[in-house]
Design a protein around this ligand. Structure first.
Ligand code: SAT
Ligand code: MN
Length: 590
């Protein structure tokens, strides 16, 4: 029999469902000890101390990085594993060509065989959590069972974890069950399985990021997207940012970009000096849950309470807010170290690495000092651009939805969809070059609908229909845009400066939303002319700007053919309305 500890947690409010599930998992995994997490600072400190004693966590320079720690994952376990991630619905068509599929019974059998006795000699942690403000009707709860203290510490930062979540679960009696074990960290015995109809997740063999922090991509996107479809809302891979103009009006924008395409940077943007009077507030940097509100607008909450951001490239010039935010109370994973025991990564802008992410003396010949997908985990309240609106149970009203990808060519800096339905087509056809956030080749262009390719818990065809139906319910639907910060010239240099200057594009977007800015009508949608963008104080060649705002008809004709072929992959599930929208674009291209 396992010993049990409950720390500060009162189990009075415990639902029968949670108790029974924990007991059945304990019977399968046979841990030595069961610990019910309360999420308190004392509990976090004690978990950190255990990891430090086992050499699995290293305190960093206490003077310059107080309460900061470094964790190193297994070198084969550094990113999400899309090829080992499955959606297990009774019918394969319901998972769709966008997902790997396995029949639920087969998946359960396979996973339960892996779990059998896997926690022997270990502690089973019960992690009750709430995704979203604890008092929001839009929030949803879950319980993660894990044998990794590192996962518990991350969940403590990324979610509202502990007593309050357990109480809410006791009242609601419905929660997502997430079972996680690091197993032996063997890539050949690693699976991330989702059972959307059962609201459950089974993950084995990885201790990293989205594979293991089950509240994040597994619950808040894959399971939630499925729940959202049945309940009439949207769970999206989007940052949420508030923009206050010099006149004092604040608008909120939700933006979908694939992993490691700068969502965190955009969410924490610092206005350029030549745009005085603008202020930027971060509501979220990765996930948005969007609900039609009582007034016919779309409202967003951020289900997370922290950031699991990419470290490389984070510097005082690229993201000063993030740079300042991660100087205390931060958990680093797979970054390098300076001789002074400070964290170091490529793009940090100062100092040099002495130790690489593997813990070896740094030698540039062996690769970068920090793994390209190395991360920081930090509470949202440490962000200088934090806003209490992130706790608003009603969410924030969304004025614009912005899709984007990393595209060397084709997509202009920005364009506006003609309507919600056209916007759904624009989102559905998002394509981007792959990044280091997932295992596999980097830099290959692939379709990544709404930046949800790895995260949609059901058939994309049904998902696009659902997007159309949500829009039809909105009296004041947000306008939809597409941006591309990553267009390159023939010399491979980026044409647009990006970072803070992206506010110039967002400004045009907001002015379009209130009918103030001009645009010209092109085959693919409305585009600003050079003079419609605020370029005051920006040094950019007139020709470069023109190039950024150009639509190449010939290339777009090819793109239309490619998009049609992509939509056809989803057969009869693709809504006819998307083909109709595509036809309009094609006709206008001539
Ligand atoms: O590994 S995570 O899924 O948490 C990060 C990401 O891919 O955005
Ligand atoms: Mn992400």
């Amino acid at each position: 029999m396992a010993t049990v500890s409950t720390a500060q947690l009162s189990l009075q409010s415990l639902s029968k469902e949670v108790a029974e599930w924990v007991a059945s998992v304990a019977a399968l995994t046979t841990p030595d000890h069961i610990h019910w997490c309360d999420g308190s600072p004392d509990e976090m400190a004690s978990l950190r101390n255990q990891l430090i004693a086992r050499n699995e966590l290293q305190p960093l320079n206490a003077e310059t990085f107080p309460d900061c720690y470094l964790a190193r994952s297994h070198p084969s376990d550094v990113a999400r594993v899309e090829h080992l991630t499955f959606i297990c619905t009774p019918k394969q068509e319901d998972a769709g060509p966008n997902n790997n599929w396995m029949a639920p019974a087969e998946a359960h059998a396979e996973m339960d065989a892996l779990y059998k006795g896997c926690m022997k000699g270990r502690t089973l942690y019960v992690v009750p959590y709430c995704m979203g403000p604890i008092d929001s009707p839009y929030s949803r709860c879950g319980v993660e069972i894990t044998d990794s203290a590192y996962v518990v510490i991350n969940m403590g930062i990324m979610t509202r974890m502990g007593q309050m979540a357990l109480e809410r679960i006791g009242r609601e009696r419905s929660f997502v069950k997430g079972l996680h074990s690091v197993g032996e960290l063997d890539p050949n015995r690693r699976f991330i399985m989702h059972f959307p109809e059962e609201l459950s997740i089974k993950s084995f063999g990885s201790g990293y990021g989205g594979n293991a922090l089950l509240g994040k991509k597994c619950h808040a996107l894959r399971i939630a997207s499925y729940q959202a479809r049945t309940e009439g809302w949207l769970a999206e891979h989007m940052l949420i940012v508030g923009l206050k103009n010099p006149q004092g009006e604040t608008h909120y924008v939700a933006c979908a970009f694939p992993s490691a395409c700068g969502k965190t940077n955009l969410a924490m943007l610092i206005p350029p000096g030549s745009m005085p009077g603008w202020e930027v507030f971060t509501v979220g940097d990765d996930i948005a849950w969007l609900h039609p509100g009582p007034d016919g607008r779309l409202y967003a909450i951020n289900p997370e309470s922290g950031y699991f951001g990419v470290a490389p490239g984070t510097g005082p010039k690229t993201n000063k807010n993030a740079f300042d935010m991660i100087r205390k109370d931060t958990l680093f994973t797979n970054v390098g170290l300076t001789a002074n025991n400070e964290p170091w990564w490529e793009g940090i802008g100062k100092g040099e690495a002495a130790i690489d992410w593997l813990g070896k003396p740094f030698d540039a010949k062996n690769g970068p000092a920090a793994h390209p997908n190395s991360r920081f985990t930090v509470s949202a309240v440490h962000n200088p651009a934090y806003t209490a609106e992130a706790e608003n149970p009603k969410g924030v009203p969304i004025s614009a939805i912005v899709f984007g990808g990393r595209r060397r060519e084709l997509a202009p800096l920005v364009y506006e969809a003609r309507s919600w339905a056209h916007g759904v087509l624009v989102g559905a056809s998002v394509a981007s070059e792959t990044t280091a956030a997932a295992t596999g080749a980097v830099g290959v262009v692939r379709r990544d609908s709404m930046a949800m390719k790895p995260f949609c818990g059901y058939n994309f065809g049904d998902y696009w229909s659902h997007w159309l139906s949500v829009g039809a319910k909105l009296k004041h639907a947000p306008k939809v845009f597409h941006v591309n910060w990553f267009r390159q010239g023939s010399d491979n240099k980026f044409l647009w400066p990006g970072f803070g200057d992206n506010l110039r594009v967002l400004k045009w977007i907001l002015e379009r939303c209130v009918g103030k800015a001009d645009a010209h009508d092109t085959a693919i949608g409305f585009l600003p002319r050079s003079e419609d963008l605020d370029t005051n104080g920006l040094s950019i060649e007139a020709d470069t700007l023109k190039e950024l705002l150009s639509v190449k008809d010939e290339a777009w004709r090819k793109e239309v053919v490619d998009i049609r072929a992509y939509l056809a992959e989803f057969g009869a599930r693709t809504p006819g309305q998307l083909y109709a929208e595509l036809e309009t674009v094609q006709d206008r291209l001539g």
